[in-house]
Ligand binder design. Structure first.
Ligand code: GRF
Length: 207
């Protein structure tokens, strides 16, 4: 199995879901020293590191410091799991085709922040989450998996976020597993999962 490095900034529940799915995680790296997820990883014997963005003079310098920390583990895949810093083009290009992100909306709807609030304000009936390869354009990039949830009458941001998060914990480990099994092929702007018929993909939870 190929080593995975996970980048977090806070709670780390997606990272937990990936670890608990039995994916081999070489390290968890946070840009915030107080990220709650670091304790979970350390308690499971996973290497942890902090690359504090506040101790770098520029975005480029932070990105370079982060790349050094990541490359120490020579990962096959970099997983952004609630990592709340925008990464520059040089960093993104360095890990092109081997960096995934999870975004709490059905992209291309609602890129950026406050997705649940915006979904409620817009009145969409269906919301969800997306796992995608990272490209220099924020919250774009070839889509690996999506999961949809209904927006229910009476939902507030918290209720909707919780419903989406449960799906994130399902589709992120699955997507990472497909990557480390070498089953994801990027063709043009789309991702094909090899060795699987369309109906099996639906069974696996791809919406
Ligand atoms: C998730 O909703 C993820 O989609 C978004 O930030 C949140 C991180 O949650 N990018 P956690 O740190 O994985 O619990």
């Amino acid at each position: 199995m190929k080593p995975v490095v996970i980048l977090i900034s806070g709670r780390g529940s997606n990272m937990e879901a990936i670890v608990q799915a039995g994916i081999p995680v070489a390290a968890v790296i946070s840009n915030r020293p107080d990220a709650a997820g670091l304790a979970f990883a350390a308690a499971r014997g996973i290497a942890t590191a902090v690359v504090d963005h506040r101790s770098f003079a520029s975005r480029e310098a932070f990105d370079a410091g982060l790349a050094t920390a990541v490359d120490r583990f020579q990962p096959a895949l970099v997983v952004l799991a609630g990592f709340m810093r925008v990464l520059g083009e040089a960093f993104v290009k360095r890990y092109e085709g081997r960096m995934l992100n999870i975004h709490p909306s059905l992209l291309p709807s609602f890129p950026g922040l406050h997705t649940h609030r915006r979904a409620l304000e817009t009145g969409v009936r269906i919301h969800g989450c997306t796992v995608h390869f990272v490209t220099p354009e924020l919250d774009h990039g070839p889509i690996v998996m999506q999961a949809a949830v209904p927006v229910l009458a009476g939902d507030d941001e918290k209720a909707l976020a919780a419903r989406v998060l449960a799906q994130e914990h399902r589709i992120y480990p699955q997507s990472v597993r497909w990557f480390i099994e070498d089953r994801l092929v990027i063709q043009g702007g789309a991702v094909r999962v090899t060795g699987m018929k369309a109906e099996q993909f639906l069974m696996a939870g791809g919406s």
